[in-house]
Design a binder for this molecule. Structure first.
Ligand SMILES: [Zn+2]
Ligand SMILES: [Zn+2]
Length: 348
């Protein structure tokens, strides 16, 4: 037995060669350049057709190297270790030691490649930057502007809906919200859920929705519409005082599932449910800024005498239903020449 290459007579031959000549022939290869596509906006990395969010760039580069190492068929297995050297922001040199194993023999070869970090744009970001949207949810106040509190509530609802729908896949997002006409606009990437969300917002505030659509093109033989859900908020909030048929009420409940509004008639303390269709004839007279504290002079079963907080005249009022005084003072609402006792507990 001798090596056909060098003529040596080893104890064992590999394909007719001594171990040295045999190992001489085997090699591994890797392209000079590899590419990793990174979203310039969010840092996601493209793997195949998918974009990976919050990637571990180090392991992605190792994977890319692993996928790119070519060995010939004689190799049973290989392993490698890599040293990365940053050439500049977009190019990383990888020096790779590849250990090849074949027929119980080992050989290490050293290879080198440059990984180019190619800037791209993931689908999500390209949609965002392209202002892609399927639906707009508009929130509009009836007059003036939405309060910061209202805006906060709306934003939280939108965020929550979007994060629930999104789950692990980033297929829904709010592309922009701008304040227009004292309200908010949300551009939704996905029409699904937009209707429910706008209903939800309308219900929370006792508002109503108008829906409109605009033909935006055709896709797969179907007409594509962009939907607009316009939510009109009522001019009052829970706890505000309103006039209805010249009677003063406090708004006790909005956002009931029926959309109806629950009012408390201040003079009598009685509950009154207003149909949502009538809710727009409620005239708002104000909120907590109208509430004053007044001293109780005396009290009988049905009546209560108090000092007018403005002119300190004694006024006699009928006690509203369910009213029970708990101290020396009582909260009253003064409107025109009317003084009305508020329910003992602040409505919240
Ligand atoms: Zn040999
Ligand atoms: Zn991105």
């Amino acid at each position: 037995m001798f090596c056909v290459e060098c003529g040596k007579e080893p104890e064992e031959l590999y394909n007719g060669l001594c171990d040295e000549c045999f190992l001489e022939e085997i090699d591994a290869d890797i392209p000079d350049k590899l590419e990793v596509e990174i979203c310039a906006s969010c840092g996601s990395v493209k793997e195949g057709q998918r974009w990976i969010e919050n990637p571990d760039l180090y392991s992605i580069m190792l994977e890319r190297i692993d996928d790119s190492i070519k060995t010939d068929q004689k190799i049973d297995s290989y392993s490698f270790s890599t040293e990365f050297i940053e050439q500049d922001l977009n190019n990383i040199q990888a020096d790779i030691d590849i250990e090849l194993v074949t027929q119980g023999l080992k050989k290490t070869v050293n290879k080198s490649t440059v990984i180019r970090l190619k800037k791209g744009q993931c689908q999500t970001c390209s949609r965002i930057h392209g202002n892609y949207y399927e639906a707009i949810i508009q929130i509009r106040p009836t007059k003036d502007k939405m309060t910061e509190e209202q805006k906060e509530i709306v934003r939280k609802k939108v965020e929550k809906e979007v994060s629930v729908k999104r789950g692990d896949e980033r297929n829904i997002f709010v592309t922009a919200h701008e304040e227009r006409h004292g309200g908010l606009d949300f551009f939704m990437s996905d029409n699904g859920g937009s209707k429910k969300l706008s209903k939800n917002i309308a219900q929370r505030f006792g508002g109503h929705i108008t829906i409109s659509s605009k033909l935006a093109g055709r896709k797969d033989g179907r007409d594509i519409y962009k939907m607009t859900y316009s939510v009109r908020l009522p001019p009052y909030e829970k706890g505000d005082f309103v006039l209805f048929d010249d009677i003063i009420y406090q708004v006790k409940e909005i956002g009931t599932s029926s959309g109806n509004i629950v009012l408390i008639e201040l003079r009598t303390g009685k509950k009154n449910v207003i149909d949502k269709r009538d809710s727009y004839s409620l005239e708002v007279i104000g909120g907590s800024e109208l509430v004053k504290e007044s001293v109780i002079v005396s009290e009988t079963e049905k009546e209560i005498k108090i000092l007018d907080p403005d002119d300190y005249q004694t006024k006699t009022l009928l006690k509203p239903e369910g009213y029970r005084s708990t101290g020396d003072n009582v909260l009253v609402l003064k409107y025109d020449d009317r003084i009305l006792i508020l329910p003992e507990k602040e409505l919240d």
